[in-house]
Design a protein around this ligand. Structure first.
Ligand SMILES: Cc1ncc(C[n+]2csc(CCOP(=O)(O)OP(=O)(O)O)c2C)c(N)n1
Ligand code: SF4
Length: 285
């Protein structure tokens, strides 16, 4: 029987007290326990940033790579060992800015991984510059006259790219977020969970109170997750009311299903005969 203690790590945590990342960390642990997955079955990937430090605080396999580059590394690992349950922790800057190209192409490949974007709408680690999801006119230390760029809408973009699982959670609603993570992990194919994450040090607009006053849950009464057009409508809703939950879900073959040589036992479990490689290299020389 797996417990949350199995996932406790001994690394010292330096996140600011009250940071939304703590809620996401707890929701992840709760979800993995509810799924009854053991730490050795899980691998986490991240790039750079406060969000990207998350894998250090969970006791399981992890790979901490370059800024914006978690998804290609995760794709490689899933390709080599599709028995692993892979989750990616990324910031809004890391994923939609520096890693924007990888974000789009991971969706197109439909790699069977769960992407958690800790969306605090600022660059937290580098002390509060605007990020791709910062709201228009938001004032930051580096944008004292307000942000002049239109915000990136990750849910609408992933829907446009035909992502099979598109969801939004809130770091202040741990049980709901844990449910979303469980559904994302169970979904076969790429899953995006964009998470509203208060940054108590550098984002004084989108606070816990601000989100709590606006967030409402998608339920079977107000939304059907198989309704593609309805999902777009919900993805564009941002203001006095902000939906959280599963916006869209549809199953289709994943990246490893689509490649015949990968569509059996994982590559890591296969035996390797160096003579085959020598023969191939001879043929090519
Ligand atoms: C290629 C590259 N560009 C810029 C940086 C500097 N840098 C490190 S963390 C960071 C911001 C991270 O913000 P975000 O991804 O939103 O995560 P958060 O810290 O808010 O969780 C930046 C710009 C870097 N390390 N590498
Ligand atoms: S700067 Fe913001 S994102 Fe980083 S640990 Fe502090 S509250 Fe969290």
């Amino acid at each position: 029987m797996v417990t949350t203690q199995d996932y406790d790590s001994s690394f010292e945590n330096k996140w600011c007290p009250g940071c939304g990342n703590f809620g996401i960390l707890q929701a992840m642990k709760n979800a993995l326990v509810a799924l009854n997955r053991s730490p050795h079955e899980i691998m986490l990937f991240s790039g750079i940033g406060q969000a990207a430090k998350t894998p250090q605080f969970i006791n399981c396999n992890f790979f901490h790579g370059l800024h914006g580059r978690a998804l290609p590394a995760a794709t490689g690992a899933k390709t080599a060992n599709h028995d692993l349950t892979i989750l990616v922790n990324s910031g809004d800057g890391d994923c939609y800015g520096e890693g924007g190209n990888h974000f789009m192409n991971a969706i197109r490949r439909n790699v069977d991984i769960t992407l958690l974007v800790h969306d605090n709408k600022v660059y937290g680690l580098t002390k509060g510059q605007a990020s791709p999801t910062s709201d228009l006119h938001m004032i930051t230390r580096a944008q004292p006259h307000g942000v002049i760029l239109e915000p990136f809408n990750p849910l609408a973009v992933s829907l446009a790219l035909n992502a099979g699982f598109v969801a939004r959670g809130f770091a202040g609603n741990i049980d709901h977020l844990s449910m979303l993570i469980q559904e994302g992990v169970k979904h076969k194919g790429f899953s995006l969970i964009d998470i509203m994450q208060p940054c108590v040090s550098f984002n004084h607009t989108n606070t816990y109170q601000w989100y709590s006053e606006r967030a409402y849950e998608l339920t079977p009464e107000n939304h059907d997750p198989s309704d593609y057009s309805g999902a777009f409508e919900k993805a564009r809703e941002w203001g006095d009311r902000i939906p959280i939950g599963i916006f869209y879900q549809t199953e289709k073959p994943s990246f490893t299903d689509n490649i015949e040589t990968l569509n059996r036992e994982p590559l890591v479990d296969r035996t390797y005969d160096p003579d085959n490689l020598r023969t191939l290299l001879k043929k090519l020389s």
